[in-house]
Design a protein around this ligand. Structure first.
Ligand SMILES: [Fe+2]
Length: 340
């Protein structure tokens, strides 16, 4: 049962206020981390969906906490993803890999890897997405795109973690990175949408150093994250360029990029990398963020249990005609509007 009908009423009113007949609406949530309040979130989504008709839910990663054995991890991941998909009538959920969506790997004597998430293992956990008939994967890799043809929208769902097995050390290593193979796929396939189409990119880890003023140093930025953003800027500005060793040509093309959505930092962000909007949504959990002390993003507060502020997710509208992306916040935090 929905515990916060007043907040639902506000969210529905705001969402329907801008949702023109051709616009698309979806629910956006992230970093749920096996939260105690997931049932409340999904009940609220369900009631909003009954009036709005969301096309899908996007979860930007970290369903889990990453320290459980493989079989338990698989069961928990299956239960959590099924629950978020079932929160809307369309029963459709798109996911990206979070750094905590792995298992405790005890395969190799002498080490306990807390968050192992081999590419083919993760792909196997997310096969439910392929049943929608809209997704295109790259082999067994954890990244894919989904074409919502009716709305001329492509969701590019990135894996911002490079999961690599080092045979000489018998170790799994995970870096925050867009792998070389993924970057080539991104340039040669993922961004090659037909004219008239719009792209939204999703990842768990921010593509650039979001905590720095210049967005530029460290982490994913230096491992093709920044290159991906530059490719999207070339799309926005209809340019031809060689970026990260890949030639892209958007001269005389008519394609749009609405935004890059990410999670991970548990705070709210709206920033520009050149001409590209980067947006993060804060963690759904009402308690974990307050235990953390990260100096980037903005934590919505207070997050008082038993009030609408315990919750945090966005009711999003994409209006391609008006070139706007609206984020209406359910729970703690503020609404955002992106003009693209
Ligand atoms: Fe997280």
């Amino acid at each position: 049962m929905n515990r916060f009908p007043g907040e639902t009423e506000k969210t529905v009113r705001d969402t329907l206020g801008v949702k023109t007949p051709g616009a698309l609406a979806f629910a956006l949530v992230t970093d749920t981390h096996l939260s105690d309040t997931g049932d409340d979130t999904r009940a609220a989504m369900q009631e909003a969906d009954a009036q709005i008709g969301y096309e899908f839910v996007i979860h930007l990663g970290d369903f889990l906490n990453g320290f459980n054995p493989p079989k338990l991890t698989e069961r928990l991941y299956r239960e959590e993803t099924a629950a978020y998909a079932a929160a809307i009538r369309a029963n459709k959920l798109f996911v990206v890999q979070g750094n905590h969506d792995g298992f405790r790997d005890e395969t190799w004597y002498g080490q306990n890897i807390p968050d192992a998430k081999p590419n083919d293992w993760y792909h196997a956990q997310t096969r439910f997405i392929d049943a929608y008939g809209e997704t295109t994967h790259h082999g067994d890799d954890p990244f894919y795109y989904a074409d919502i043809a009716e709305h001329k929208l492509r969701l590019i769902c990135m894996c911002s973690l490079d999961n690599t097995f080092l045979p000489e050390e018998k170790k799994w290593k995970t870096w925050n990175a867009v792998s070389q193979a993924q970057y080539e796929w991104f340039c040669r396939e993922a961004v090659q949408v037909p004219d008239g189409w719009t792209v939204i990119v999703c990842s768990h880890i921010p593509p650039v150093a979001i905590h720095r003023e210049d967005l530029d140093e460290g982490g994913l930025a230096e491992k093709h994250g920044r290159d991906c953003c530059d490719v999207l800027c070339a799309m926005i500005n209809r340019q031809k360029a060689v970026i990260g060793g890949e030639e892209v040509d958007f001269e005389n093309r008519d394609v749009s990029v609405a935004a890059w959505l990410f999670g991970d930092i548990h705070g709210d962000t709206q920033r520009k990398y050149k001409d590209l909007t980067l947006i993060s949504t804060a963690s759904q959990t009402a308690y974990i963020p307050q235990l953390w002390s990260l100096d980037y993003g903005k934590f919505p507060s207070p997050r008082t249990l038993g009030t609408p502020d315990q919750d945090c997710w966005d009711s999003v509208v994409l209006d391609r005609d008006a070139r706007k992306l609206y984020f209406f916040r359910f729970g703690a935090g503020e609404d955002r509007i992106v003009d693209y």
